[in-house]
Design a protein around this ligand. Sequence first.
Ligand code: ARG
Length: 463
Amino acid sequence: MTDKTQNAMWGGRFAAGPDAIMEAINASISFDKRLYAQDIEGSRAHAAMLASTGIITDKDAETIREGLLTVLSEIERGEFPFSAALEDIHMNIEARLKDIIGEPAGRLHTARSRNDQVALDFRMWVRGQADAAIEGLKALIRALLVQAEAGADWVMPGFTHLQTAQPVTWGHHMMAYVEMFGRDIGRFEDARRRMNECPLGAAALAGTSFPIDRDMTAQALGFDRPSANSLDAVADRDFALEYLSAATICAMHLSRMAEELVIWSSAQFRFVTLSDRFSTGSSIMPQKKNPDAAELIRAKIGRILGATVGLFTVMKGLPLAYSKDMQEDKEQVFDAADSLMLALAAMSGMVSDLTANREALSLAAASGFSTATDLADWLVRELGLPFRDAHHVTGTLVAMAEKKGCDLPDLSLDEMKSAHSGITDAVFDVLGVENSVASRRSYGGTAPENVRAQIARWKEKLS
Ligand code: ARG
């Protein structure tokens, strides 16, 4: 007989219950309750397998499977009595199952351990998050494609060092992000493929002497196969690390894009107008419309990278197989996943809602001597100058225009000729930004026809 203060699961070996501080450091229920659906799904599959292999009776398995559905609905209705004394989600559910169905509940844990159970639950949860991230990224790409299509031929300045470099198109700039987010999808897909092996049946660490059918549970739970080594199965958290790594890169992309939206929405740039729905005002400055959502997206990488570094630090140096350290795998992953999904949703909303200011983009595109490279290329193409000489001639003309306080197309033909006598009227054709972008037809270049071809390719890919 065990008294009330002792643990119902292992009270047999213990003479006293835990210290309150022991309970506080040990319990994970406050956060791992998030795994309830995966825990119940895994237990239902395990019970069905135990019956099909004759390890428990069909009747017991049915009672267990039904009882677990009752537990599920209690949790979903918010009526489940979570208890820190029962440590974690696994023991909370099993104890409640016992209250509901009695003796057969004690048979569920045959040929299983909390070690393979938690590895399974968490893996399924992370797998779901990889799927959710892929969906969130697809939604964001769709929003970017709409923007890209609307402004496939709108000119804007392209920057290097945040200094005007060459004109590009708005569509091309949007499509640059489509490529980045497309690679993010690839990373989540890769991680998902590798993580899709079922640890259930590894038991505590060594496997089990019961004649279990691991293929059956793996299949029932949507895995490609059971994991091949029981030690690895319970000790591995690569799946979470790979998810976090993909999430970190994705968050970095979101952060860069968010930064551009912050800059572009400023009064100095006015490249875009963010919708009221994704902006805030100031309590003191009535004129302000702040890009808070963009700023917060820019910052989310901090938590996500923090979680990645955190979990690597927990896992490094751990001997095989399970150690309680690994309970520290969950909270940061939960937080990183929530942050990522919120950032993706906010970015999709902002992109869908934002208005690109065609005129401001075009005005900025033409300033800052953005077609100087076109002029140098013209000197090479039409006058046969070596590119280095053409660069020098063009530099002289830029300096001349700068001194006069005008742009390159505002120089007279005579002024042009003073830098190189061979220059003719035809040079003015290449100094216009529209011609500049239209001429960049090399594969991957900014010409509107290229942009439209890339949009079509991505639409096809997503359909
Ligand atoms: N709450 C534990 C965790 O999250 C479950 C596994 C506990 N296993 C054990 N042998 N104590 O890691």
